[in-house]
Design a protein around this ligand. Structure first.
Ligand code: SF4
Length: 354
């Protein structure tokens, strides 16, 4: 906690103890790096400064504010949870972990983060950073994603919370965070800045004297995360269909992954590029001479390595296979929420919207 008081990074959501801002930051930070999140969070808090604003914002605007962060179920759940708080708790975010856990999309980590960071409740939390620190400090056997090691990590985090409650005094911390807030933020900060996945800077670590992995020279052995599964390669054809200065685009339907996001028509094809070119002709029924190749886009998401073979084609009549869509102007594209890969395509066509 003293180390955190002296080494906490200056992050915008640390300037306030507003539970709404902390909640938004925690959801954004799941699977996204701090430096990426900062501009998103600033923009979000300007556009939707209160929970009430979030509860009432139309979906298109919501998705646009999240565009590029991915995992869109996170933001949909955030809005559902905001609406539940408006209805059930008169707009006041609950401080109790058990109540928070009943909200859509709020799991043990987020509940612990809101309860401890915003309300200084004596609640533990374990995210990837904390799991790494505690695994090394205690030489925890097993992958932290498996139930036995995970339970052990939560118990250790609970033990630290209990110990923090017994301290007679608390070191000074940013925003005069209370002891539980400082403890949990300190653990996460240590994992994010010192106890790094590779080459942790143990010489600067405030708890190196208590670290079992450091003492036995086994830092690289912990946490015992299983190697990632091999990436799956996926290839799509993407048609930028133009007519009279407009583009033909479709909005993903309810039930589809990334529902509500916009994209150019696309077709999943075999990973063999020769077959892909045959499919392009067959797909739209257009002679190859009319297909203008655009730069290939590569994109990675979770375990998928995605290649998009993009081409432009000018068509007055839309083929049946891509008939679900509408014409949009280049100005309108800038306002729509696109999937990350298709934003890259739009960006390459329209640099000013990138
Ligand atoms: Fe992590 Fe090294 Fe500190 Fe142990 S001593 S907690 S491995 S930074």
């Amino acid at each position: 906690m003293s180390w955190f008081g002296q080494n906490a990074r200056d992050l915008p959501w640390r300037h306030s103890r507003d539970p709404y801002g902390i909640w938004v930051s925690e959801v954004m930070l799941q699977q996204t790096q701090v430096q990426t999140v900062i501009p998103y969070w600033n923009r979000w808090m300007t556009a939707l400064p209160t929970l009430q604003d979030l509860a009432g914002v139309p979906e298109d605007r919501l998705l646009k504010l999240w565009e590029g962060l991915g995992y869109y179920s996170r933001v949909r759940n955030l809005q559902r949870a905001a609406r539940a708080v408006m209805h059930q708790y008169h707009g006041r975010i609950p401080s109790q972990r058990s109540t928070l856990l009943e909200l859509p999309g709020v799991g043990p980590y987020t509940a612990g983060a809101i309860a401890s960071l915003a309300f200084n409740q004596p609640e533990p939390l374990v995210d990837g950073n904390v799991a790494r620190v505690l695994s090394r400090l205690n030489r925890i056997e097993g992958d932290p994603r498996d139930s036995a090691p995970r339970d052990q990590l939560w118990q250790l985090a609970q033990g630290l919370v209990t110990a923090a409650g017994e301290l007679k005094s608390v070191p000074s911390t940013p925003m005069a965070a209370g002891r539980y807030s400082a403890l949990n933020q300190g653990l996460m900060e240590l994992g994010a800045t010192v106890c790094l996945p590779r080459n942790p800077t143990c010489l600067l670590c405030p708890v190196s004297g208590q670290c079992q992995a450091h003492r036995t020279g086994e830092v690289d052995r912990y946490p015992m995360v299983r190697p990632r599964v091999k990436a799956t390669r996926v290839r799509y054809l993407v048609a930028v269909v133009t007519h009279a200065g407009k583009w033909w685009m479709r909005k993903r339907n309810v039930g589809e992954i990334n529902q509500g996001l916009w994209e150019f028509p696309q077709l999943e094809v075999t990973d063999d590029p020769r077959e892909a070119s045959i499919s392009a002709r067959n797909w739209l029924g257009v002679p190859e001479s009319q297909l203008i190749p655009l730069p290939r886009i590569r994109h990675a998401i979770t375990r998928y390595q995605i290649t998009l073979d993009v081409f432009m084609v000018s068509l007055k009549r839309i083929p049946d296979v891509i008939k679900n869509g509408e014409w949009v102007t280049s100005e309108e594209v800038g306002e729509l929420a696109l999937t990350a890969a298709h934003r890259k395509i739009a960006g390459s066509l329209l640099p000013r919207h990138n």
